[in-house]
Design a protein around this ligand. Structure first.
Ligand code: MLT
Length: 338
């Protein structure tokens, strides 16, 4: 082979290697903090997101789930994503509210009354407005929505079917003002505690009870330390997948599009996961020894106390009563009269 030909072959080989190296350097493996354990709705959404991202990027990009609060408490992960030291986090919306109060409209008691309400709100213009508010307020972008079901009350002491039954119980709540005020409207002073400390708090009986959806109660093995469940429906738990806005803005337009589309696919998969699994998981909890009861009078007293006392306290932080009314209207409910 002539010197020139040889040189050509070497140059071509070097350029392919350089291209491959550049491709490899661009390949991303996003770190996703997940508050809950294996088997949770958060994990199911996370798995669907990773699969969709790998498919859309032809295998170039992926993401790894760090389950069970390994990367910190849910509220801490918002701070870390905001400064760009963490790529993504999957966490309950009530743990985002302290950083972006307008998302509190989804945590107000007895506003969201079904999975269909939750889907309509999160996937419509109201959800989009909250995505933008959260970027502005907290430096994180919501790219997917996990639907986990209603938060049910559990405790280790006794059956609770009325507000009166609650009175001598110590209940853990997230560090979320709306949830704290909701329990106060029912006459008790709850104990705010990080999610990552909750199982131990229940196990050591620092607290008697807590609330979370069936899927979460099961995935977190709360049946090992709690035996009574009350079918409250005061909050429908929505658990967003967030990405650091700094990380998002560093991506190419094409990569951003892939991330958004993967988030959308994962959102749809999450709704299906809840539809497919909630009834069976409720039965599983009974089989594991939990006694599940309904609140008396169709929850009327809980509803009246919470909506009457709590909604007006948070009109300002959610952006005005008109924001609540827009939500109510979007799900076909009557507005609050002013
Ligand atoms: C909480 O109670 O803090 C959250 O619902 C935890 C979760 O992410 O499931």
């Amino acid at each position: 082979m002539s010197f020139i030909k040889k040189l050509g072959t070497i140059t071509a080989a070097v350029s392919v290697a350089a291209l491959m190296a550049a491709g490899a350097a661009d390949a991303k493996n996003f770190k996703i903090a997940v508050g809950d354990s294996a088997g949770s709705a958060q994990e199911a959404l996370g798995i669907a997101f990773v699969k969709a991202l790998e498919e859309k990027s032809g295998g170039e990009h992926t993401a790894t789930l760090f389950l069970n609060g390994q990367l910190g408490s849910e509220q801490d992960t918002v701070n870390e994503a905001a400064i760009g030291t963490l790529d993504m986090s999957l966490l309950a919306i009530n743990n985002i509210t302290p950083f972006s109060p307008s998302v509190g409209v989804f945590t107000l008691p007895y506003v969201i009354l079904s999975l269909e309400d939750a889907e309509k709100l999160t996937q419509g213009p109201i959800g989009q407005e909250l995505v933008e508010n959260t970027i502005r307020d907290a430096g994180v972008r919501i790219i997917g929505w996990t639907y986990t079901g209603f938060r049910r009350l559990t405790n280790s002491k006794k059956p609770v079917s009325s507000v009166a039954d609650l009175q001598d119980l110590i209940i853990r709540v997230p560090k979320n003002e709306i949830m704290i005020e909701t329990y106060k409207s029912w006459g008790i002073n709850p104990t705010p505690m990080a999610w990552s400390e909750t199982f131990t708090g229940l196990q050591t009986k620092v607290v008697d009870g807590q609330d979370n959806p069936y899927l979460t109660i099961n995935a977190m093995k709360f049946y090992e330390v709690q035996n009574h469940v009350t079918n409250l429906r005061y909050i429908f738990s929505i658990e967003p997948l967030i990405i650091s806005e700094a990380v998002f803005q560093d991506l190419s337009e094409e990569e951003q599009q892939m991330i958004l589309e993967a988030g959308q696919e994962a959102t749809l998969a999450s709704a299906q996961f809840l539809r497919d699994s909630e009834a069976a998981i409720k039965e599983e909890l009974t089989a594991k020894g939990m006694e599940i009861i309904d609140p008396e009078n169709d929850e009327a007293e809980f509803i009246e106390l919470a909506t009457g006392a709590v909604w007006p306290q948070f009109y300002d932080s959610i952006g005005g009563v008109e924001k609540l009314n827009a939500v109510l209207e979007a799900i076909g409910r009557d507005p609050v009269q002013q």
